[in-house]
Design a protein around this ligand. Structure first.
Ligand SMILES: *Cc1c(COP(=O)(O)O)cnc(C)c1O
Length: 593
């Protein structure tokens, strides 16, 4: 087995090649589950007797369930075959076997990780799995906290929740000092004071909890608190802003909505010529917020953008924020949305497939306060499995509310008080745990699989571009997502867009391959779109760029046999679609004239 084939024991295979072994493992998990019941409380009475089972209606009911189940299973055969390398549409692919088996085992026991009482083992597995992910991204696993969520959207919301509570604490203290001690109120400075500064001010002025609670916008009335801030600071208080790059995921708009910020408070950070967060743009946005006296709730950088898989300069963002912290006592929350790209931290730190700047970006994920990562994307785990990783306890404070029936001292910190979601499964944690214990989250484990997907993405990119002159790959391709347009040299962007959209629509209907579509706007990506159109001497006559998007996360593309068979087929398919498209365009041109 070559290095390229290292993934082979870990996936079922497009032809169920590892069926016999998987069958055995599933069976032994089931056997254990049956035996567990039989062995525990061995003297308890049997409830469902042989007589019951022999009764006339009994078997009938079972065969009815069996028939309906068969119907369901039959329907599911119509489901999108995301396991196949032919599927390069969205961020879905074959599942890793340890993830599937871990999920399956936990599913049967069905613990509720809302509390340690409801989940004696599941919560321990979760803590261990969080430590594994934390270690992979470079957090100190002994200090780091975190938990599993239903996905990246919720993990992002969780980060905002924490940042908001921390800011509320600081503003409540500053308001207390202004109202009770006549201190001047500088909202921007106060909102970003360090924890050390907060503690020493509390101690110095003997501020008690009740005084701060009375000024909390989280606990009290936020409009009334804002009025008092306006009065004491001498300028209208307009609330905090959230800074995220122009390529951000839609979950950030949702976060603004959910936390009642108003979408106006969601400030877009410009991107650079290659489509990654612009540091100069970020610095300017922070200055702008300072001038307006609006605190920065958090700065978001993205490791693995949803559209293109790009890696923002997380290191430069961290450097800038460190500079503000050291030179201006401004401690601004840094969240890395690594929902997609977090697992690239498993690559070798010297991985030559990545440009040095991209390696530095990944290495700096560890400098964030909070990180979102989605095991149900590049962790090859079943849905729904996201995670929030938190650097240390200091960053993990959330507003508390009383619910005495769960809040009992012997339980310790009940997880439910610090998670947005209430009842939570242990399946995602178990899937991640088993993947980490077996494939491993290092360069030889999952890193090798992900490395091969980057390599596959490049192979597909160059094969298509070489064989089909109209295929114009978008630069850069940082990781394993390929975007391209279908454009003729010299033509207007609007007609290239129409062709690209038509080609993608045809692929979407084709049974052979699946690719998705994305549309970039010049408002968010002015220079990137310009550069792309220039690459074929095109003319920019519209504000959008339509792209075919291929998420090459399927591990089977690493196999030479798969490439030898599917790449030529893909080329034929695309050529055919493009030719057909040109014909139908010519036909409609004749009709029009
Ligand atoms: C996928 C993704 C999310 C949202 O994750 P879900 O699991 O779909 O909720 C957020 N941010 C980025 C960058 C993503 O790629």
């Amino acid at each position: 087995m070559s290095e390229l084939g290292a993934f082979k024991p870990y996936f079922l295979g497009p032809k169920s090649e590892n069926e016999a072994w998987v069958r055995g493992q599933m069976q032994s998990v089931l056997d254990d589950w049956f035996d567990w019941r039989k062995g525990l409380f061995a003297d308890d009475p049997t409830v469902i007797t042989c007589d019951d089972q022999a009764a006339p209606g009994f078997a009938l009911k079972h065969s009815m369930i069996g028939a309906r189940l068969a119907e369901l299973v039959e329907q599911l055969r119509g489901e999108v075959p995301t396991y196949s390398p032919r599927y390069v549409g969205h961020m879905m692919s074959e599942l890793a076997l340890p993830a599937l088996l871990g999920h399956f085992a936990a599913l049967l026991h069905n613990p509720n990780n809302t509390s340690k009482e409801a989940s004696k083992v599941g919560t321990v597995i979760e803590t261990e799995a969080v430590a594994m992910l934390a270690e992979m991204i470079g957090f100190n696993p002994k200090m780091a906290r975190g938990h599993f969520t239903s996905g990246g959207t919720v993990a992002n919301l969780e980060a905002v929740w924490r940042a908001r509570f921390r800011m509320d604490h600081r503003l409540a203290l500053a308001l207390t000092l202004a109202e009770d001690h006549g201190a001047p109120l500088d909202v921007f400075a106060a909102a970003h004071m360090s924890s050390t500064q907060l503690r020493s001010l509390v101690a110095e002025h003997g501020v008690d909890d009740a005084a701060m609670r009375a000024r909390s916008a989280v606990l009290g009335n936020p409009f009334e608190v804002a009025e008092r801030i306006t009065r004491l600071s001498g300028r209208p208080y307009r609330g905090p802003v959230l800074l995220a790059p122009g390529h951000k995921h839609y979950s950030w708009v949702k976060a603004a909505n959910v936390f009642g910020l108003g979408e106006e408070a969601f400030w877009t950070v410009p991107v650079d010529a290659e489509g990654r967060l612009s540091l100069a743009g970020l610095a300017a946005r922070i200055d702008e917020a300072r001038v307006l006296g609006r605190p920065v709730l958090m700065v978001v950088s993205v490791a693995g953008t949803t559209e293109m898989g790009e890696l923002d300069p997380v290191d430069a963002v961290a450097d800038h924020l460190a500079m503000l912290r050291e030179q201006q006592q401004l401690d601004i929350w840094h969240h890395v949305d690594a929902a997609y790209g977090g697992y690239f931290c498993a690559l070798d730190p010297h991985e030559p497939l990545l440009a040095p700047a991209r390696r530095r970006a990944l290495h700096a994920v560890r400098r964030a306060d909070t990180v979102t990562i989605d095991p149900h994307k590049l962790g090859y785990a079943p849905y729904a499995c996201g995670a929030l990783l938190i650097r240390d306890a200091e960053c993990d404070a959330v507003s508390c509310f009383a619910a005495p029936y769960v809040e009992r001292a012997e339980l310790g910190a009940a997880p439910w008080t610090t998670t947005l979601e209430g009842s939570r499964p242990a399946t995602g944690a178990a899937a991640t745990w088993l993947t980490g214990k077996t494939i491993g989250f290092g360069p030889k484990g999952l890193g090798a699989v992900l490395r091969s997907t980057i390599e596959s993405c490049r192979a597909i990119r160059s094969a298509l571009a070489e064989a089909i002159p109209l295929v114009r790959p978008l630069d850069p391709t940082d990781t394993n997502i390929l975007c391209f347009s279908v454009a003729k040299a010299g033509e207007a962007l609007s007609s290239a867009n129409a062709r690209t959209a038509a080609v993608q629509a045809r692929i979407a209907q084709s049974p052979n391959f699946s690719m998705s579509r994305t549309i970039l706007s010049t408002a968010a990506f002015p220079d990137l779109i310009g550069a792309h159109v220039r690459s074929y001497n095109g003319r920019r006559d519209t504000n959008r760029l339509v792209l075919v998007r291929c998420v090459v996360m399927n591990p089977f593309w690493a196999d030479p046999g798969v490439r030898a068979r599917l790449i030529p087929e893909l080329i034929l398919e695309l050529r055919g679609i493009i030719a057909e498209q040109a014909k139908s365009k010519a036909r409609s041109a004749v009709r029009v004239s």
